[in-house]
Design a protein around this ligand. Structure first.
Ligand SMILES: O=C(O)CCC(=O)C(=O)O
Ligand SMILES: [Fe+2]
Length: 322
C-alpha cells in the first residue's frame, strides 16, 4: 500500500538490482485442478506469475500493440488533444506525470488509460490511428474474460466467504459504475547518462483485484519484489521477463483485501535501460486492471465493509496527497 511504497523512498531495497530469476510460468491448458493449485501457490507465495495457453489470439495482442505504437508515434500535443486526461474518470493520455510515493520522481513514461465505464471515453478515443478504438476494445474484452476465469480459479481458496462466482460477477465492462481499465504504456528511449533515481515505473502495488500485463520479448525491465510479505522488497527483486505468448499476472490490493490477506499484492517496478541497445529502444506494455464495479461491497471478517468505488477513491486520494 501507500505507506509501504513511501517507505521505499531512498531505501536500499527500493533501488537494489534484481538478483533472482523469473517468476513461475503456468500453462492454462493443463488439467484445471493442476492450474488451480499452481496458480494458488504462485499467487500466495510470489504474487506474480506468467500464464501461457490462455487462449487469447496473438493477432489480437499484436494489433493492439501496433495501434498503440502508431498512437504514440504522434506529436505529444496531438495525443493530449485527442485524449485529454480526466483524473475524475481515470481516463485519457498522460505524459511523464505519475509521481510514485516510492520514488518522488515522475515515471519515465507516457500512458493512455481507458476506463470501461459508460461515458468515460466520450471525447477521449484517439481518432488516429483509425483502428485504435476497435483494437483496444477487442483486447480489453478478451483480457476481461480471461481475468474473470482466473479470478474464479483463485476464489475458492482466496475468498472462502464468497458464493462461487462472486468475484467474476463483480467485474463488468462499460456499466455505469464500471472500474475495469486498460492502460497502454510507452516507455520512450532514454539518453545515455546518469539515470540515478529515475524509474520507467517506480515500485508500487496495483489497486486492482488482478492485473494482466502484456509485454513483448526484447522489451524487458519489469521486476517484482522477491518476497511480497516483506515491506521493503524482501530479499531482493525477481525479473518478470516477457515470455513468448505469455501474459504476466499479478495480485492487486483490492483482492488482497477481499481475501483477508490470504493473497498479498506484490510490489513491482520497471527499471531503466542498462545497455546502449536497450536505451535506444522503446518498451511498450498493455495492462488490464480488473477492478470491481463501484457499487460492489468488499466484505471480509477482518475489516469493515467498503465499496469498490470508495476503495479506489481512497487510493487515488492518497496518491495525489503526496
Ligand atoms: O509496464 C509494465 O510492465 C508495468 C506497468 C505497471 O506496473 C502499471 O502500470 O501498473
Ligand atoms: Fe503495476
Amino acid at each position: 500500500d501507500v505507506a509501504v511504497e513511501a517507505g521505499l523512498r531512498g531505501s536500499a531495497a527500493g533501488t537494489a538490482d534484481a538478483v533472482t530469476s523469473d517468476v513461475p510460468v503456468i500453462d492454462l491448458q493443463q488439467p484445471e485442478a493442476e492450474v488451480e493449485a499452481a496458480m494458488w501457490a504462485a499467487a500466495h507465495e510470489v504474487g506474480f506469475f506468467t500464464i501461457t495457453g490462455h487462449g487469447i489470439a496473438q493477432e489480437l495482442i499484436d494489433k493492439a500493440f501496433a495501434s498503440s505504437k502508431a498512437f504514440y508515434a504522434q506529436p505529444q500535443q496531438d495525443k493530449a488533444r485527442m485524449s485529454p486526461f480526466s483524473r475524475e474518470l481515470n481516463s485519457g493520455y498522460e505524459f511523464y506525470s505519475q509521481v510514485r510515493p516510492s520514488t518522488g520522481t515522475a515515471d519515465q513514461k507516457e500512458s493512455l488509460q481507458i476506463t470501461a465505464r459508460q461515458g468515460a471515453m466520450d471525447g477521449r478515443w484517439p481518432s488516429e490511428p483509425a483502428s485504435f478504438e476497435s483494437d483496444a476494445n477487442a483486447l480489453m474484452s478478451a483480457a476481461h474474460a480471461l481475468a474473470l476465469r482466473l479470478l474464479s480459479l483463485l476464489e475458492r481458496r482466496a475468498c472462502p466467504q464468497l458464493a462461487p462466482g462472486t468475484l467474476a460477477r463483480a467485474h463488468t465492462l462499460w456499466a455505469a459504475d464500471g472500474q475495469c481499465t486498460l492502460r497502454l504504456l510507452h516507455y520512450p528511449p532514454v539518453a545515455a547518462g546518469d539515470t540515478a533515481g529515475l524509474w520507467r515505473a517506480g515500485p508500487h502495488t496495483d489497486w486492482a483485484c488482478l492485473t494482466l500485463l502484456f509485454q513483448r520479448p526484447g522489451e524487458a525491465g519489469l521486476e517484482c519484489a522477491a518476497n511480497p510479505r516483506a515491506a521493503d522488497g524482501g530479499a531482493g527483486w525477481a525479473r518478470v521477463d516477457p515470455v513468448e505468448g505469455g501474459i504476466a499476472v499479478n495480485i492487486g490490493d483490492m483482492l488482497s483485501r477481499w481475501s483477508g490477506g490470504r493473497l498479498l499484492s506484490n510490489l513491482h517496478r520497471v527499471r531503466m535501460p542498462t545497455t546502449d541497445e536497450e536505451r535506444g529502444r522503446s518498451r511498450y506494455s498493455i495492462a488490464f486492471f480488473a477492478q470491481a464495479d463501484q457499487g460492489q461491497v468488499i466484505e471480509t471478517e477482518e475489516k469493515e465493509p467498503i465499496t469498490a468505488g470508495d476503495y479506489i477513491l481512497g487510493r487515488i486520494k492518497s496518491n495525489f496527497e503526496k
